[in-house]
Design a protein around this ligand. Structure first.
Ligand code: RBZ
Ligand code: NIO
Length: 355
């Protein structure tokens, strides 16, 4: 119900606000278009928020955590308990995302939507839908109902944060083994082979990579996810945090709040959100290009261009949090730069500008 309502609420960009923003940018004391992606970002933010002079007040990073039955196949360098063990470090501000969220001046929200063991750490939101997924190499990750519940959990968390005043969201993941279902999602939607979508995740060696490719191939064979049915793909070969994050992205789009996508796992979630409602794409900003093989293919499917190239491959929302600085910079440019008129600088000679 909440899912259907949210999918219906997602609208289009505000063309009028975008036009006004473009006109303002063209009047500022600089050669036309010379601030490149900062200008493109400012225009898109205007379209998303409906404000021709967009502003970023409160920034929030939402990290969703979940576990994966497929770790039984030996697909990661880390044992499953690391998922739960990382959560206190997130809340304590000493994990990668803890530091980068603080550096960006962003609030960090950590949600347990599917960790395998009970998590009773203060500061972690308890929204567990199920204690870890089933092993996708032998059966479905979860039921369709569980996938909807995890999606709706993400929508609710996004709504709560928007109600608290969040004006820019970023998504992050934590879940040992989650590059495997993310790869399977990409293969299912894009028609790729397991070899094409499998990467090294936490830096697995050749032997583990081979096992991972085998697990992805079997997940596709056993579950036969229907690429025309996003919920089928998500429930059969996805993950609980991936579903939750897709929900956050849908919730952000419905609330007309820009959402920064992080790396491989959150882009798999973005792909699910896009397949559920194609208009969601307009509300996403692809923060960075992850080193994880397959991320490029995912971004191609979404037709999104990543903003920064930092050779990162951590997840947790780190690339998205880092890009918050640039999104904020874009809004400051359009709000704080003077026009030729205002600054008393002679106008450019129109007949000499390349059109
Ligand atoms: C200590 C540690 C912290 C992390 N933070 C994010 N990830 C990242 O690595 C995991 C995915 O890689 P794979 O599929 O190979 O397991 C996810 O938890 C992801 O968020 C971490 C991984 C580890 C080991
Ligand atoms: O790109 C990511 O988000 C990523 C890549 C490898 C491992 N964990 C996360």
């Amino acid at each position: 119900m909440l899912l259907e309502m949210t999918l219906r609420r997602i609208g289009s960009l505000d063309a009028g606000a975008m036009e006004k923003a473009q006109r303002r940018l063209d009047s500022l004391i600089k050669p036309p278009g010379s601030l490149g992606v900062l200008e493109e970002m400012a225009v898109r933010l205007a379209g998303i928020t409906g404000d021709p002079k967009p502003q970023v007040r409160n920034k929030t990073v939402i990290v969703m955590a979940g576990d994966h039955g497929v770790v039984a196949e030996g697909v990661s360098v880390a044992p499953q308990q690391v998922t739960a063990q990382m959560l206190p470090a997130f809340v304590g501000g000493v994990a990668g995302i803890g530091v980068l969220a603080r550096h960006a001046g962003a609030r960090l929200v950590v949600v347990d939507v599917g960790v395998a063991v009970p998590v009773e750490f203060p500061g972690v939101l308890q929204r567990k839908v199920r204690a870890g997924t089933g092993n996708i190499a032998v059966g479905p990750a979860m039921s369709r109902e569980e996938a909807v519940r995890a999606l709706e959990t993400g929508i609710e968390v996004a709504q709560e944060e928007i109600e608290r005043g969040a004006g820019l969201l970023a998504v992050g993941d934590m879940g040992i083994g989650n590059t495997t279902p993310s790869s399977a999602i990409l293969a299912a939607f894009g028609g790729y082979t397991a070899e094409e979508v499998a990467g090294r995740g936490t830096m697995v060696n050749d032997q583990v990579l081979k096992r991972k490719i085998g697990a992805i191939a079997r997940a596709l064979q056993v579950n036969r996810p229907d690429p025309q049915d996003a919920l089928d793909v998500l429930s059969k070969v996805g993950g609980l945090e991936i579903a939750g994050l897709a929900g956050v992205i849908l919730g952000a789009a419905a609330g007309r709040v820009p959402v920064l996508i992080d790396g491989f796992i959150t882009t798999a979630a973005a792909l699910v959100a896009y397949k559920l409602q194609p208009k969601t794409r307009e509300f996403m900003i692809a923060s960075h290009l992850s080193e994880e093989q397959g991320h490029r293919l995912m971004l191609e499917q979404l037709n999104l261009t990543p903003v920064i190239h930092m050779k990162m491959r951590l997840g947790e929302g780190t690339g998205a949090a880092l890009t918050m600085h640039l999104v904020e910079a874009a809004t400051r440019i359009i709000r704080e730069m003077a026009s030729f008129d205002e600054a008393g600088v002679s106008a450019l000679e129109e007949d000499k500008i390349l059109k």
